[in-house]
Write a protein that binds this ligand. Structure first.
Ligand code: G1P
Length: 299
């Protein structure tokens, strides 16, 4: 079966970005000139997914508006003959079929994913977390989808992080998987945000998952975990031990490419600078200024 649905939880409160996120969802913060959420939807589409479900909270309206048409603005740009900006306006509308469901209460990532049950039905699907931006030049989701289609079960993305940072992430214990390359591993243990001295490895879960639909029933029976929230990591730990016929088994893919955490202010600034430097329209001028700025030769 070909996977074609993506679920993007976007109901977080964005407290790390206050006051910007007081009335604007964090997913709408621009990374250069595009809201973070659009990069994530573009990544899903580039991997072949054409049905996107956003799990929203209080932030529904601006997110929904961003993926909708804006006839007044389009008419003005059309009358001016500004084809370039018109294309930018229409880009997000034409990207994919974007659907919305509300989480209601912020009871955790696992609870957010559970809201997708009816929309997803009985097929494997991808989950993309909006705080993690994966550089479009580095492949991650497409190989994960292919791996799930080949091996079944669920697939999660892992990143080696400095050990002292592991307590900010879900952490995985892994072992080699016969017949696969060294970066494709069997998950043998999962723990959400462990204290550094209890972490089984320095492999952090990053926000890309391809999940077997068995995850829904598991989530329904997953008790609140760390932070009193229903954790996706805990549901995956249960799935890991289920037999393959019941949708069990979890495989990890160690990502070696460029990933930006736009949920963290410092990383967000780095993401903006890196992406701007690489943009053909802004990069050359920006880089020239940046080099002088860093060298202290310009203000
Ligand atoms: C969530 C997951 C965590 C994962 C992280 C990746 O945590 O619960 O397992 O490592 O995303 O970004 P959050 O960052 O939402 O607290």
């Amino acid at each position: 079966m070909t996977i074609h649905k993506a679920v993007i939880p976007a109901a977080g409160l964005g407290t790390r970005f206050l006051p910007a996120t007081k009335s604007t969802p964090k997913e709408m913060l621009p990374v250069v000139d595009k809201p973070a959420i659009q990069y994530v939807v573009e990544e899903a589409v580039a991997a072949g997914l054409d049905d996107v479900l956003l799990i929203t909270g209080r932030s529904k309206r601006t997110l929904a508006d961003h993926f909708d048409a804006v006839p007044e603005l389009e008419a003005v740009l059309e009358a001016k003959g500004d084809a370039e900006r018109l294309a930018k306006v229409r880009e997000s509308t034409e990207l994919a079929n974007v659907h919305f469901v509300r989480q209601g209460q912020p009871k955790g990532l696992g609870h957010a994913v559970l809201q997708a049950k009816r929309h997803v039905g009985d097929e494997p699907f991808a989950v993309l977390l909006g705080d993690d931006l994966i550089d479009e030049r580095d492949d991650l989701l497409a190989p994960m989808l292919a791996l799930q289609e080949r091996l079944g079960g669920s697939v999660i993305a892992l990143l080696e992080v400095p050990r002292e940072q592991i307590s900010s992430y879900g952490c995985a214990a892994v072992e080699a998987l016969d017949g696969e390359d060294a970066d494709t591993v069997r998950i043998t243990g999962l723990v959400e945000k462990p204290p550094v001295d209890e972490a089984p490895s320095n492999l952090a879960i990053i926000g890309r998952y391809v999940l077997h639909p068995a995850v829904f029933e598991v989530l329904e029976n997953t008790a609140p975990g760390r932070g009193g929230e229903i954790q996706l990591t805990d549901a995956l730990a249960t799935l890991m031990d289920l037999p393959a016929e019941q949708g069990g088994g979890v495989t990890g893919v160690v990502f070696r490419g460029r990933r930006y955490d736009t949920g963290d202010r410092l990383d967000y600034l780095k993401a903006v600078v890196r992406i701007a430097v690489d943009r053909p329209d802004l990069g050359p001028d920006f880089k020239e200024w940046l080099e002088k700025y860093v060298a202290g030769t310009t203000a």
